[in-house]
Design a protein around this ligand. Sequence first.
Ligand SMILES: [Zn+2]
Length: 309
Amino acid sequence: MRVVLKRRHLVEEAICPCCAREDETQSHLFYSCSMSLKLWEELGCYVLLQGVEDEAMCDTLVRWSEMDANMVQKGCYILWNVWGERNKKVFENTSHPATVVCQRIMRQVDDFNCYAVRIYGGMRSITAPSPPRWYAPPAGVIKLNTDASLADEGWVGLGVVARDSEGKVCFAATKRVRAFWPPEVAECKAIYMATRLAKAHGYGDVIFESDSLVATKRLTKAAIFFSDLDAILGDILSMCNAFSSVSFSHVRRDGNSVAHNLARVVPFGVEQCWERHCPSVVTPYTGLGSFALLLAFALLLKLFANYNG
Ligand SMILES: [Zn+2]
């Protein structure tokens, strides 16, 4: 907001870049600027503006969660697009007519709902029991398992392993940070690290899997209802704009053993990433396949020893 920037002497003028009539405060830009007012009116969401003046946006969203879900969804997209239009005006000096923005919002709402049905099967809540073992993702999708370790006081270990539909390791990464995070926050930090690395690797369709039920439930819910504004959840969801499809899944501890052990591998330095393989300490966990091979090999050795003895 330019009023804040001006107070900090970062800009000379606090005038709204969209209408050039009033100072750009949060309330002006989103609710009373001529640019945004048109959107609220055109899209039939004017009623949402009651009582928003001088109210923190978090409180507005909490209040909206009691109102008509379809209208609130449109409202959220209006806010998002107002902010986008404002930035286009400031940084690129371009703007779009209200009708174009309205159409874009309607398309975003439709896309989101189709997408929600495809990914979550509508508003179905996740009550199906989580699998106890790891399952490979469908062809073309990368599954990223994450975990956090809080073994040492004041140190948090984060682990991420990405595998394809054949269970092959695409990369494995660990990070150790000095922090006093509660377990759910640490689990979310691990998921965030996974989203960041998945984006850096250019993945399109991804599944993020964690053994934290709190994190996966809240991410799935927040993605549908927009009600959760917890900073780290927001970071994860905004990072997810980079993917063409994304879902979050919960797996029981036994199905998350690679990430679990990765989070306990303490790398030197800040973050370490192994491409196409896991560090040797965790390879026994990367799949029953290699584990079974090792077991068979051990048995053969034993047989051989018995035979000779
Ligand atoms: Zn304005």
